[in-house]
Design a protein around this ligand. Structure first.
Ligand code: GRF
Length: 206
């Protein structure tokens, strides 16, 4: 039976596109795409792939808990095995995270735990880092604080053009996020019984 994935977006949806291009229809089935913003470009990408879409904007509900409950019901009705946050720019309520415990992943443009939250790339550049990277992690009730699944780093040149760096980060994200989803779908991500934060992702020592 296909591994069913729901993807949450807020904007461009290039990470969603990477999942559609590499995994959808073979390793997994993207069965639902929800956006926190009306008119997000990613909704169009999903529609073009024939995927069911819905908008769950915070302002359309009395509060965040009500929005997240509706979003959770919509995803549960579609029987998703995994929820992927792909540029979803909002914090989900604790109730949502507990409902889908261990089944929500996020891609973040820094080497966590450095630079969580919004503006991670700018924060890292302001700090003067020499190494940057991307993290895919499980989502817990904190901000970008759940167990790491995959990380990839790269060294920065002295000359820093933020657009070039952003593009480089996106290229890594578009590889790393589908790889993490693929590993989870294959049942290849397990936690070390002695350290519940340490994900084992198959391979030699997995
Ligand atoms: C990505 O850089 C992601 O890491 C960040 O927001 C961006 C979303 O890009 N949280 P897209 O919508 O997938 O194109």
């Amino acid at each position: 039976m296909a591994f069913r994935v729901g993807v949450l977006i807020s904007g461009e949806g290039s990470n969603l596109q990477a999942i559609l291009d590499t995994l959808h229809g073979n390793e997994i089935e993207v069965v639902a795409v929800a956006s926190s913003r009306h008119g997000a470009r990613g909704l169009e990408r999903a529609r073009q792939a024939g995927i069911e879409v819905e908008v769950f904007a915070r302002d359309d509900y009395p509060d965040r808990d009500a929005r997240d409950a509706a979003l959770g019901n919509w995803l549960a009705d579609r029987q998703v095995d995994l929820v992927v946050l792909a540029g979803f720019m909002e914090i989900l309520s604790g109730a949502f995270i507990r409902r889908f415990e261990g089944r929500v992943v996020n891609v973040h443009p820094s080497l966590l735990p450095a630079f969580p939250g919004v503006g991670a790339i700018e924060q890292a550049l302001d700090y003067g880092v020499q190494v940057m990277g991307v993290t895919v992690h499980f989502v817990d009730e904190g901000v970008d604080s759940g167990p790491v699944i995959l990380q990839e780093s790269f060294e920065l040149p002295y000359a820093r053009d933020i657009e070039v760096i952003e593009e480089h980060i996106h290229r890594i994200e578009h590889r790393l996020l589908p790889r993490a989803v693929s590993l989870i779908a294959a049942g290849s991500v397990r936690f070390d019984p002695d350290n519940p934060r340490l994900a084992r992702t198959g391979g030699r020592d997995g």
